[in-house]
Ligand binder design. Structure first.
Ligand SMILES: CC(C)(COP(=O)(O)OP(=O)(O)OC[C@H]1O[C@@H](n2cnc3c(N)ncnc32)[C@H](O)[C@@H]1OP(=O)(O)O)[C@@H](O)C(=O)NCCC(=O)NCCS
Length: 162
């Protein structure tokens, strides 16, 4: 039986993560964002999931400035290998990452992604609406991971997002 486990990304994993991103997104844009986040030391947390010896999923968390202060966290890119999608691996990665962020005292996490997937994990587009950001609409969501999170402000993303 396959076992799945989660660990922190190491520098040696970046090639495998790039390949995974290319497979999951069918393009190279997300792989380039991940490499740039790491090159610029803008990654806050990067986790990977293994099934036996195969790296099958990856998630990235990075700093977002709110009104110029390091008060927000961004989630993404994240990807799960196509042949193991829909088995709960993506949800486990998000949950573990959010637990780490909450434990570090972060208060709010933003994501741009599939509403059906992220709302099941507690994210809400209504919470993100109060912020001025490069994105808007139902795919732009936020989740309060500790009480007292800001409700509005201007978001600044790392250079990796252009
Ligand atoms: C989106 C993604 C990360 C989800 O990971 P996953 O391991 O397949 O998701 P899970 O198995 O944990 O799914 C949890 C729930 O979300 C739903 N879900 C997953 N992906 C979804 C999608 N793309 N659209 C709608 N619902 C989705 C599942 O059906 C499941 O619902 P259920 O609990 O009612 O069964 C993964 O499918 C993926 O890598 N997709 C391609 C790349 C991508 O789009 N990344 C997202 C960037 S934000």
């Amino acid at each position: 039986m396959n076992k799945t486990w989660i660990r922190r990304l190491q520098a040696a994993d970046l090639d495998a993560v790039s390949e995974l991103n290319r497979l999951a997104f069918n393009g190279s844009e997300e792989a380039a964002i991940v490499r740039r986040l790491h090159a610029d030391q803008d990654s806050l947390l990067s986790l990977v999931a293994h099934r036996d010896h195969d790296l099958v999923a990856h998630i990235e968390f990075f700093r977002i400035l709110i009104d110029g202060k390091p008060a927000g966290v961004g989630l993404g890119p994240m990807s799960v290998k196509p042949e193991v999608q829909g088995r709960g691996i993506g949800s486990s990665l998000v949950s573990m990452g959010l637990t780490v962020m909450a434990g570090r005292g972060e208060s709010i996490v933003f994501v741009l992604g599939h509403p059906e997937f992220y709302t099941k994990l507690g994210f809400s587009a209504a919470l993100a609406e109060g912020f001025s950001a490069p994105w808007s609409g139902p795919a732009f969501m936020a989740l309060e991971v500790n009480k007292g999170a800001p409700r509005s402000g201007e978001l600044t993303y790392p250079a990796a997002f252009g």
